[in-house]
Ligand binder design. Structure first.
Ligand code: GLN
Length: 197
């Protein structure tokens, strides 16, 4: 399994370390060519406006959309989740539109913006550790989106098919549950596209 990690800014190294710990190969993605041979891609946290501009300049905006439409697994955390949404508020911003949801940037406000919380999740029995850093709130999800974890009753980890998004930072904890789930999702889609060929 080879996972590309968009490496413009933010905590891409923490994602890479966690994925390698789980046995995946990783590659830093800064150009369209870096995506070649990847089974999955991670869009890390950071500043979504800066990242959006970079993705557009490099042609990665369209390349990531195509990658996902062809079955490649995509995982966005925080700013990455903002980039995956179909609709972005506060302020409105263009996005990849790969996951049917509306997000409110910096939704938890400034004071309570960055902290560690525990919330219910379908991925494990114990509450899931969630590190929030000026994260977005998922205000609305489409009918066919699965909510895998919640914070304050609001969806915080969501997925549909080969696309997964977290408003928090699982890569900044010692808990590999979410990344393990992403690798399983990527493996399932690799198997599916092999069958389709
Ligand atoms: N507040 C950032 C944004 O709106 C996201 C923060 C993060 O990724 N930790 O893009």
């Amino acid at each position: 399994m080879k996972i590309g990690i968009v490496a413009i800014q933010g905590d891409f190294a923490a994602h890479a370390a966690m994925l390698r710990e789980l046995g995946a190969g990783t590659v830093e993605v800064r150009t369209v060519r870096d995506l070649e041979g990847c089974d999955g891609i991670v869009l890390p946290g950071g500043e979504s406006t800066t990242q959006l501009q970079f993705l557009k300049e490099e042609g990665l905006f369209d390349a990531i959309r195509n990658f996902s439409k062809q079955g490649g697994a995509v995982f966005g955390t925080c700013a990455g989740a903002i980039l995956l949404a179909t609709k972005v508020n506060n302020p409105p911003q263009e996005s990849l539109g790969l996951l049917d949801m509306t997000v409110l940037r910096n939704g938890y406000g400034r004071q309570l913006a960055s902290d560690v919380f525990y919330g219910p999740s379908t991925l494990k029995q114990q509450p899931l550790e969630m590190v929030f850093i000026r994260g977005p709130i998922i205000e609305e999800v489409g009918k066919d989106i699965a909510v895998l974890a919640r914070h304050e009753g609001k969806a915080a980890l969501v997925e549909k098919g080969n696309v997964l998004a977290a408003t928090f930072h699982p890569e900044l904890t010692d808990d590999t549950t979410v990344h393990q789930h992403f690798l399983e999702m990527a493996a399932a889609h690799v198997a599916e596209s092999a069958r389709a060929r």
